[in-house]
Write a protein that binds this ligand. Structure first.
Ligand SMILES: *Cc1c(COP(=O)(O)O)cnc(C)c1O
Length: 459
């Protein structure tokens, strides 16, 4: 008889993955190479090393090694809050009356409140090993900045965080928490950088955007001695670090003989989704598993479902290398009424390629529906979900309801990427019904598309 599945599944510390899983290495068709914006040739290690830590550049450009060992110094950091639990959502299943089995991998058990700490710890470790003394980064909703602040405190590095101005106003406690961990937090756009000043000249009242905060952080990193830039999503090495999520989930599911029919995650830049699906996608590519994979994004920032598959910059100031990805254009700024996170214009080039090749599906949801799902989840499962994660909850609930209609007993796994304790402004807007949905018109999107570079590769 199969063992009864407990509500919470754990691993012992020594069962934690020894290596990350490099999905790019097992993809039969690789994502197109990252291009140097000046020469339009594939970037080299030397091109990227002035901006990023050496080891992460190596990981970024690694198309060949399927397993990348996790250094002991990072495993030690992970031990402070991992392995994270895999939870069977018995209570939600019961409330929905579904024959489906629903599981979620919960990444919100650390103080920063999300999966981002998995890459923050790795990136801070490599910076310290390389002899750097400080790091610069941006943060949108604040989770990445908090994760980096925790990691830099642990590894003894200084940190400057450019925080998107609207978020720093909506989430003063996030700022306070980063400062408590020792980080310097600057609302962006700011007058501390050239790119910030330029953006402010153009639009003094702008609430900022992630793309703009990225420009400020990169500028600071390259102009400061022994400083590098770190990014919390989108890039291949970030996805790599996040595969610890999927690897743990798979180890736990294997223990109980469970195979997911559907794997679901929310997608901003794609790191938690990419990390969750990586080992399952590897099995699918190898013909060993026949799961569906679903990316869920906000209808107000629909880079998968309405974006273009094109080479684009990662930032508004057009300073980053060019990546071929699903993008709304580097000049796209989502509507300011959007409270649900996942505001980035682009998407991981790995996930974009998988989407382009039909290996993952995507859907877009409006934020009031996402919060409906969040409340349904928290009232049964007890956990206050991050608005971002609630996009995945919405799709998991819809799939479970579909199973009820068809009578199928599918196994659904979704990523609960974080908690929503710092998102109470958004929950308040939902509670007092001031939250509204905004879906960009084709004309709105056209403005963003116009910022996609006009290069031969996009022709
Ligand atoms: C940042 C964040 C996301 C979106 O980023 P991805 O790189 O797409 O994972 C999702 N959920 C939470 C809780 C986050 O903090």
């Amino acid at each position: 008889m199969a063992p009864k599945i407990p509500i919470r599944m754990y691993l012992a510390e020594d069962e934690m993955p020894q290596s990350w899983y490099n999905l790019k290495a097992v993809m039969k068709e690789k994502p197109d190479p990252i291009l140097h914006p000046g020469t339009l040739q594939p970037v080299t290690h030397a091109d990227m090393e002035p901006v990023f830590c050496k080891e992460t550049v190596k990981q970024e450009l690694d198309d060949t090694n399927p397993l990348v060992p996790i250094p002991d110094g990072i495993r030690e950091f992970y031990r402070a809050y991992r392995p994270s639990p895999l939870v069977r959502a018995y209570f939600l299943e019961k409330e929905l009356g579904t024959p489906a089995e629903i599981y979620y991998k919960f990444e919100g058990t650390n103080t920063s409140g999300s999966h981002k700490l998995n890459s923050a710890g790795a990136q801070a470790y490599y910076a310290q090993e390389e002899g750097l003394t400080s790091l610069a980064t941006e943060t949108g909703a604040g989770q990445w900045g908090t994760a980096m602040a925790m990691a830099c405190a642990f590894y003894g590095l200084k940190l400057t965080v450019y925080m998107v101005k609207v978020s720093s106003e909506q989430k003063p406690y996030r700022k306070a928490l980063m400062e408590a961990y020792g980080a310097g937090v600057i609302p962006s756009p700011s007058n501390t950088t050239e790119s910030g000043r330029k953006i402010l000249e153009g639009d003094p009242n702008t609430g900022g955007s992630l793309g703009c905060a990225i420009s400020e952080a990169i500028e600071t990193a390259v102009k400061t001695e022994k400083c590098r830039y770190v990014l919390g999503s989108v890039l291949n090495h970030v996805l790599l670090h996040q595969t610890v999520i999927g690897l743990e989930a798979k180890l736990m599911m294997d223990k109980y003989g469970i195979k997911p029919d559907i794997v679901i995650g929310c997608a901003g830049g794609g790191s938690n989704l990419g990390g969750l699906i990586a080992p399952f996608m590897g099995d699918k590519i190898a013909g060993k598993l026949n799961s569906r994979f679903i990316a869920v994004e906000p209808a107000s920032c629909p880079s998968f479902t309405r974006g273009r598959y094109a080479y684009d910059f990662g930032d508004t100031a057009k300073t980053t290398p060019l990546m071929r990805m699903q993008t709304l254009g580097n000049g796209f700024i989502p509507s300011s009424n959007h409270a649900g996170g996942l505001r980035y214009h682009g998407m991981s080039s790995i996930l974009s390629k998988l989407y382009h090749d039909g290996l993952i599906e995507a859907r877009a949801e409006v934020q009031t529906d996402v919060f409906d799902a969040a409340l349904r989840f928290m009232k049964t499962e007890g956990i206050l979900p991050a608005p971002e994660s609630s996009h995945a909850i919405k799709a998991a609930i819809d799939e479970a309801i579909e199973c009820k209609r068809t009578g199928e007993k599918k196994v659904i796994l979704f990523g609960l990427s974080g908690t929503g304790y710092f998102d109470m402004t958004a929950y308040m807007a939902y509670n007092n019904k001031t939250m509204s949905d905004y879906i960009p018109t084709d004309a709105d999107l056209q403005k963003g598309f116009a910022s996609i570079p006009d290069i031969p590769q996009n022709g």
